[in-house]
Design a protein around this ligand. Sequence first.
Ligand code: SAM
Length: 248
Amino acid sequence: RATLYVVATPIGNLRDISQRALDVLAGVDVVAAEDTRVSGQLLRHFGIQNSLLSLREHNERAMAERIIARLAAGESVAQISDAGTPGISDPGAVLAAAVHAAGYPVVPVPGASALTAAVSAAGFSCPHTLFYGFLPPKSKQRRDALAPLVVLPYLTVYYEAPHRIVDCLTDLAAVFGDARQVVMARELTKTFETIRRSTLGELLQWVQADSNQQRGEFVLVVDAAEPVENTDEAAHDAVLSPLVAELP
Ligand code: SAM
């Protein structure tokens, strides 16, 4: 019975909760939540009355010890974050590691995440994805963080806050180039959901021109780099030399 369940909750539309998530949240002895006010509302919406503990980034280590003590007493615990999947740019990794180390099972109850929702609708064929999460808040550090990603043959995915979206797109366009394809997924599953696919240069102009497009929550999915052509001269010579030798 002593198990930590890592439970995904909706990223906007409450109907995206799974039946299993509801069963687990109702059935465990205690729910560890980031903001107990936010999660209290969620549980009330589904008619679930359960006790809540507050587990945030700054107290995750101390809370992990308290949670392990409850597991040791035979209780089961669910962890949720304010929205989406715990451990994805949210607290959860420290708790899960401590529970693994203490020898109790860590069981995911999968569901919504802005990451998978955005990638699923982006329509890029590259089968590899690098999830970056939040970039540094300052432009210089942001460009430095982006520089090594430009040549990668992977989609790269970023989370961004509304007050930084224009600056972030400016830096993405500067570092990846205006022509790179991107999908902006804004307010996923909510009333003003917007999914826009274009080039970075065009997207930046479009977002700058409309302040409504600067509100809400954002995921940016940047397409992979084109495969680099083999420009190795030796490889060319190996093919061309025998052909040249055949010429009259
Ligand atoms: N754990 C969450 C998940 O699984 O997606 C992410 C939590 S992180 C603190 C919050 C960020 O996720 C937001 O700033 C935004 O970039 C992204 N996000 C969350 N909900 C979103 C939504 N409905 N639409 C677009 N982006 C969202």
